[in-house]
Design a binder for this molecule. Structure first.
Ligand code: PLP
Length: 443
C-alpha cells in the first residue's frame, strides 16, 4: 500500500464508518491510522509510536507481532485459510476445543465457536433457551433472563437485551426481550437510605429474591464474573459470584458466565470463575482467546446441556445456529499458539507482578480532587473522574472527560479509550513491568 497519510485520512473520512464512534466528531480528531505493531506499541502511518494502553480493546495478550503466533498463523496458511465447521472439522479447531475444555472450570466439555464476544453470548442465550424446551426430564418453556444492573454483554440484539447500559439500550428498547435484573453490588453511589454495608446485603438478598420469584420462568442468570468491564470496571465484592452460583443452583437456574473481558488472565487467574471455585453451565470466551490476533469466540457448555440437543435429526433438536467463519482454522491456530505462550512465558506470574505495580503506581491518584475511585482487579483498572469527589458530582456534559483524556494521552504517545468519565487502563497480560510503570506515569 503506497497511499500517503493525507490520502488515507481523507479516504477514512469518506468511507469508513467506525464502531461505537460519533462520526461527526471523528473527522476533526485526526485519529492515528495504525500501520504496524511492535511488541506493546502501535505505530501509525506517520511513524509515530504509541504505547497500547488498552491492549487493543482488551484483547491483546502477548504483544503485537509475536514470532510464535505469527509462525502458527503462517503455518496454518500453508495448509488452508478457511474451511467451514458446518459438517466438517479442522485440526486446529479440534485441538483448541480440547484445550479449552481442559483449561476452563470442570464440566464445560462442549465448545461452540463463533466470532466475537457478542456472538458468544448470543449463542449461549439461544442454547439455554432451546435446552429447556428439549431437556429429557421436565421440558419447559422458559423465556426470562436474570441480569446484573449495568451489565454489558455485547451489541447484537440478544446480547443487548441482557445488558443494561442505558446509552446502548434506549434506542433499541422495542426490539429487545424482557429481563429481570438485580442491582450491581459494586455501586460507588450507594442509594439513599443505605449504608455501604446495608446496600451490599441488599444486593445479596436481591439475588435470592429475584431468582426465587422467577425461577420457573428463568432460562438463565447471566453475569460478568468478578468485574463488570464496560460499565466502568466495577469490581464485585468477594463471595458475590459464589452466592449467585449457590442461589441459581438451588433453584435449578443455569448460570452463564460471560468471561469475554475477564478471561485469559486479566483478573489474576486464567478465568475469573476460578477465584470463587464456580462452575457455570455455560461460559463465553472471546477477546484474549487468540492473544488478540484474529476474530474468534467460544461458548462452552456442559454435557447435560449438549445432550439435550442429541436426537434423531427429524426431531428438530439441532442447534440451528452458526456463522460462515465459525471456528476459522487460522484463528484457532493463533489461539493454540497463545495458550502455549501462556505456559512457556508464565504469563500469570507476570500478571501478578503487574497487578502489584499498578496498585503501587496508582496509589497517589486516590487522593486526587477529581478522582472518585481507583478500581482494580488484577490488571483491569478503572479511574473514575468527577467534578467533586465529596458529592460525586460528574463533570458537566461539555466538560466530559473521556474525550479529553483520549486526546491528552495521545499527546503523550499512549492509546487509551475511557468509558464515559472512567479512565480505563488495560495493559496486555504479558506487558513488561517497565512499560506498565510508563503507562501509569502517563496517567
Ligand atoms: N461481553 C463482555 C463482558 C464484554 O466486555 C464485551 C466487549 O467488551 C462483549 C461481551 C462483546 O464482545 P465483542 O465486542 O467482541 O462483541
Amino acid at each position: 500500500m503506497t497511499s500517503s497519510p493525507a490520502a488515507l485520512r481523507s479516504r477514512d473520512n469518506d468511507h469508513v464508518w467506525h464502531p461505537f464512534t460519533p462520526m461527526s466528531a471523528y473527522r476533526d480528531e485526526g485519529a492515528p491510522i495504525i500501520e504496524r505493531g511492535e511488541g506493546f506499541h502501535l505505530i501509525d502511518v506517520e511513524g509515530r509510536r504509541y504505547l497500547d494502553g488498552i491492549s487493543s480493546l482488551w484483547c491483546n495478550v502477548h504483544g503485537h507481532r509475536v514470532p510464535e503466533i505469527d509462525a502458527a498463523v503462517r503455518d496454518q496458511l500453508d495448509h488452508v485459510a478457511h474451511s467451514t465447521l458446518l459438517g466438517l472439522s479442522s485440526p486446529p479447531s479440534i485441538e483448541l476445543a480440547a484445550r479449552l475444555a481442559a483449561a476452563t472450570p470442570s464440566g464445560l466439555n462442549r465448545v461452540f465457536y463463533s466470532d466475537s464476544g457478542s456472538t458468544a453470548v448470543e449463542a449461549a442465550l439461544k442454547i439455554v433457551y432451546q435446552y429447556h424446551q428439549q431437556k429429557r426430564s421436565n421440558p419447559q418453556h422458559r423465556d426470562l433472563f436474570a441480569t446484573v444492573g449495568g451489565a454489558y454483554h455485547g451489541d447484537t440484539i440478544g446480547s443487548v437485551s441482557v445488558g443494561s447500559i442505558d446509552l446502548f439500550h434506549r434506542t433499541y428498547g422495542k426490539l429487545l426481550f424482557s429481563t429481570v435484573s438485580v442491582p450491581s453490588p459494586s455501586a460507588l453511589r450507594v442509594p439513599k437510605g443505605h449504608t455501604p454495608e446495608s446496600f451490599l446485603q441488599h444486593c445479596f438478598d436481591e439475588v435470592e429474591r429475584v431468582v426465587a420469584e422467577n425461577h420457573e420462568r428463568l432460562a438463565a442468570f447471566v453475569i460478568e464474573p468478578l468485574v463488570q468491564g464496560a460499565s466502568g470496571i466495577l469490581v464485585h465484592p468477594p463471595g458475590y459470584l459464589k452466592h449467585v452460583r449457590d442461589v441459581t443452583r438451588r433453584y435449578d437456574v443455569p448460570l452463564i458466565a460471560d468471561e469475554v473481558a475477564v478471561g485469559f488472565s486479566r483478573t489474576g487467574t486464567m478465568f475469573a470463575c476460578e477465584q470463587e471455585d464456580v462452575r457455570p453451565d455455560l461460559m463465553c470466551l472471546a477477546k484474549g482467546i487468540t492473544g488478540g490476533y484474529l476474530p474468534l469466540a467460544a461458548t462452552l457448555a456442559t454435557d447435560e446441556i449438549y445432550d439435550a440437543f442429541l436426537a434423531d435429526p427429524a426431531e428438530g433438536k439441532t442447534f440451528y445456529h452458526g456463522h460462515t467463519y465459525t471456528g476459522n482454522p487460522l484463528a484457532c491456530a493463533a489461539a493454540l499458539a497463545s495458550l502455549d505462550l501462556f505456559e512457556k512465558n508464565d504469563v500469570l506470574s507476570n500478571v501478578h507482578r503487574n497487578e502489584q505495580i499498578l496498585s503501587e503506581c496508582l496509589a497517589g491518584l486516590r487522593n486526587h480532587p477529581h478522582v472518585a475511585e481507583v478500581r482494580q482487579k488484577g490488571i483491569m483498572i478503572g479511574i473514575e473522574l468527577v467534578a467533586d469527589r465529596e458529592t460525586l458530582e460528574p463533570f458537566p456534559a461539555e466538560r466530559r472527560t473521556g474525550h479529553r483524556v483520549t486526546l491528552a494521552a495521545r499527546g503523550r504517545d499512549t492509546i487509551v479509550r475511557p468509558l464515559g468519565d472512567v479512565v480505563v487502563l488495560m495493559p496486555a497480560p504479558a506487558m513488561p513491568g517497565e512499560l506498565v510503570e510508563k503507562l501509569c506515569a502517563t496517567t
